[in-house]
Ligand binder design. Structure first.
Ligand SMILES: [Zn+2]
Length: 176
């Protein structure tokens, strides 16, 4: 049975607390729901694994890695690719290089619910898996995003088609 492992890396620097951990668990649970919709196909079941870690996962130990960072000024992508352009109002960003892809989403400005963060993380996962940048992905509606790049639920059939094509052609190397 095919599997995909999505690793979330907590780079927020937030002090460890029960409320921070439970918020993170909420994000992960909501993300699993969205990914279940996104990756579900009638012909083949895919096992979706998700986890939180606090530092770079081992290479080859994961499929998709999404970093949670304090805000765009403290972009983790920009540490690797200093020239990355991130829109002022972005909630997350994915950079697709020739041989590596990096995805991140931002803790601030603060979103109200774990689901709101999960939707952003799932949208960045879509950029990552499909290797489609803003110009190609945005405007297709659904989780792919409206013309402004804002993702919307529920997941659409078009979203599923894009992600399945991406998974079939193989996932990119990940920024760890
Ligand atoms: Zn986007």
């Amino acid at each position: 049975m095919p599997q995909i492992t999505v690793t979330l890396v907590d780079r927020t620097g937030a002090a460890a607390s029960a409320s921070h951990e439970s918020f993170k668990m909420g994000i992960m649970q909501e993300l699993v729901k969205i990914l279940d919709d996104l990756i579900h196909s009638d012909s083949e079941a895919t096992v979706i694994n998700t986890r939180w870690v606090n530092q770079s996962p081992a290479s080859g130990d994961q499929d998709v890695v999404i970093h949670w960072v304090p805000d765009r000024d403290q972009s983790y992508l920009r540490k690797k690719w200093p020239s990355v352009q991130i829109a002022q109002n972005a909630s997350g960003h994915t950079y697709i290089d020739k041989d590596m892809t990096g995805s991140e989403f931002y803790r601030r400005p603060r979103l109200q619910t774990p689901e709101a963060y999960a939707k952003i993380a799932a949208h960045e996962a879509m950029h990552n898996i499909t290797r489609l940048g803003n110009q190609k992905l945005h405007g297709q509606r659904g989780l792919a995003g409206d013309g402004a790049g804002t993702p919307h639920l529920p997941v659409t059939d078009n979203d599923k088609t894009l992600v399945q094509a991406g998974m079939q052609s193989g996932l990119p190397n990940q920024l760890l």
